[in-house]
Design a protein around this ligand. Sequence first.
Ligand code: DGL
Length: 262
Amino acid sequence: MNENPIGIFDSGVGGLTIYREIHKLLPYENTIYLADSKNAPYGEKSKKEIIDLSIKNTEFLLKKNCKIIVVACNTASTNAVKTLRERYNVQFIRTQPGIKPAALNSKTKSVGILATQGTLKSDLLYETSQRFAKGVNVTHQIGEGLVKLIESNKIYSEEMAGLLKKYIQPLLEKNIDHLVLGCTHYPFLIPQLKEITGDKVTIIDTGEAIARQTRNILIQENLLNNSKSRPERYFYTNKNKVVLQQILNQIDSDLMAEKLDF
Ligand code: DGL
């Protein structure tokens, strides 16, 4: 069982920001990454559609004998993980925007969160803000269009620069000192975001915390892979292999994207 892969899925290439942290922390684990790019963006879909797509991705990964599933997508995590946990007898690790650390550390008592519409209107996000951000002003900003541009390989485009300015400027006017990235695609934008926010704003990306949580659950369930051999790592997309490959190249020159129908 222990040598079975960790399954990771996202609506597209964004979950690779979680994958790279998992691989850093657990370098001998076999992994299967699923980019459902054909159906991206999830953020504009209904809760029911997000749940159905998450079930489809989970079924695929379970057929490949994954021992644990990392839902490397905030939109699917905040909308579908509850249903997935009820339905399947496997552990799910969910991603969640880091509102808690942002609110706890904010000196200006004002933080911003950039996420998809689906995440921002989820019950889970509402409950997290209620619980952990009392007395702190949390400003929501939908990152409309950002996932689409990343999925089209336009991270460094004029269009992207324009959207980021448009979304971040109003948050800066609210005197935020923390910007929470509530979508796993957005860490690819950190260099550009930093240029806009300058040094006074701390950007919160939960990738490392998700990787630690994955390791903790594997230890707790006695599922760690104890072999020290080179891991098998698969990366599947149901859309454009080139986009996935370009991002993989930035992570590790050994990684290969494969196109599949799912
Ligand atoms: N990476 C997904 C997330 O974390 C993107 C959602 C989308 O496809 O809109 O929310």
